[in-house]
Design a protein. Structure first.
Length: 141
């Protein structure tokens, strides 16, 4: 039996996932993190992107997070996300529209604050679309 690590993914609204995994991948601020059982303790910020949880049977579960914090203990990984959604629950049309609106706002920027907000919205929309695309690829394989 493979070693496992307990994974909790929680958003401001509710708990999204709780269970055992053999590996967890998360979008850290400095790059993607791979977390295996007995990983050294770590706390880092997350950027918008996809969290992947490899279950004991080898199946991969996909989640979108809009940012937040990741805490790793040797036997527990906790994702505290601003927003977290199962990838299969994402609305591709809404993400595409959000991306278009953010790109339009970037082109017609009026103030630095609006530019930063548009950049953030664009990053979130692109991360959602990537999560949807990766989920599609895993279903085809």
């Amino acid at each position: 039996m493979a070693m496992t690590i307990h994974v909790d993914i929680v958003s401001a609204e509710r708990a999204i996932h709780s269970g055992l995994a053999t590996m967890v991948f998360a979008p850290g601020e400095m790059g993607e993190l791979g977390i295996a059982p007995r990983h050294t303790a770590l706390i880092t910020r997350l950027k918008p992107g996809e969290v992947r949880v490899q279950k004991q049977d080898g199946e991969m579960e996909h989640f979108y997070v809009s940012g937040g914090m990741l805490e790793v203990q040797p036997h527990v990984v906790t994702v505290l996300a601003d927003t977290a959604v199962r990838a299969h629950d994402l609305d591709e049309a809404a993400a595409t529209e959000a991306k278009r609106r953010a790109q339009d706002a970037l082109e017609g920027k009026v103030a630095e604050f609006q530019y930063a907000k548009a950049q953030s919205e664009l990053a979130q929309a692109v991360a959602q679309l990537r999560a949807i695309e990766r989920l599609r690829k895993t279903k085809v394989s």
